[in-house]
Write a protein that binds this ligand. Structure first.
Ligand SMILES: Nc1ncnc2c1ncn2[C@@H]1O[C@H](COP(=O)(O)OP(=O)(O)OP(=O)(O)O)[C@@H](O)[C@H]1O
Length: 228
């Protein structure tokens, strides 16, 4: 009987708690909190600290990548006005096109010359001329202005001057070193751009044979977009 009671007591008695459970459950001097509570608070604080460090690192890296001007603007500060030294003299969208003496003939052949034809019906016209035998190149271009280019051998130039009409302008101008020809001269040289003076047709216009009074021959191109 006594042996059976001992075995029954042994079965009914709970197992001794593990050592770790006892340690975690014991109260600590810190506000009397249990150890597992302190451990949880420490892990949470460490996680928050890690997040804060990562945030600070990312913010510093972003500030380093951002230009100073943008950083100031982002902070609400007014952007500093551009000083004259920082303003480019020419807009980036405006490209300067230089016409070189050597490229004048190519410039002409591309049909870049426009002529004002006041001698026919007073209407606006776009005409041009190319050299004959690489002796001379002539252009008359644009409304109320005339552009004439003369090329002797390898030389050449492009010039312009205001002229309200062919009749009102000078017959021959010697502005600069080039020889200027009026539309009247070109018109007379080509017999009024007569069909029998056609010597060829390029991609940009019809080429006429022109003969000046002194016998010099030129090729005169009348551009296709001529509205005369
Ligand atoms: N100086 C010239 N002497 C004789 N004929 C010429 C002369 N220039 C042009 N021509 C004639 O006119 C035609 C056209 O010449 P052009 O220079 O206009 O040709 P293109 O370069 O094709 O023209 P575009 O530059 O308008 O495309 C030539 O094929 C030629 O028959």
């Amino acid at each position: 009987m006594a042996g059976r009671e001992r075995s029954a007591r042994a079965v009914a008695s709970p197992p001794p708690p593990p050592l770790l459970t006892n340690e975690l459950s014991r109260r600590t001097p810190v506000l009397g909190l249990r150890l597992w509570v302190l451990v949880g608070l420490a892990v949470g604080a460490a996680f928050l600290l890690l997040l804060a460090l990562v945030s600070v690192h990312l913010a510093v890296a972003a500030r380093r990548r951002r230009p100073k001007g943008k950083a100031a603007a982002g902070a609400g500060a007014q952007p500093a006005p551009l000083s004259p030294a920082t303003i480019p003299p020419v807009s980036k969208e405006i490209q300067e096109v230089a016409v070189h003496v050597g490229s004048l003939r190519h410039y002409l052949e591309m049909g870049a010359a426009y002529l004002k034809d006041g001698g026919k019906d007073g209407g606006e016209s776009l005409c041009g001329s190319v050299a004959h035998g690489s002796q001379r190149v002539h252009i008359e271009a644009g409304k109320d202005r005339r552009m004439v280019a003369c090329a002797d051998a390898e030389a050449g130039s492009v010039q312009s001057d205001p002229a309200s009409s062919v009749g009102a302008g000078p017959e021959v101008s010697h502005l600069g070193w080039g020889h200027w020809y009026t539309l009247r001269e070109l018109d007379e040289a080509t017999a009024g751009f007569a069909p029998d003076r056609v010597v060829g047709e390029g991609g940009y216009g019809i080429v006429y044979l022109g003969v000046f009074a002194d016998g010099r021959q030129v090729a005169v191109k009348n551009l296709l977009n001529n509205r005369c």
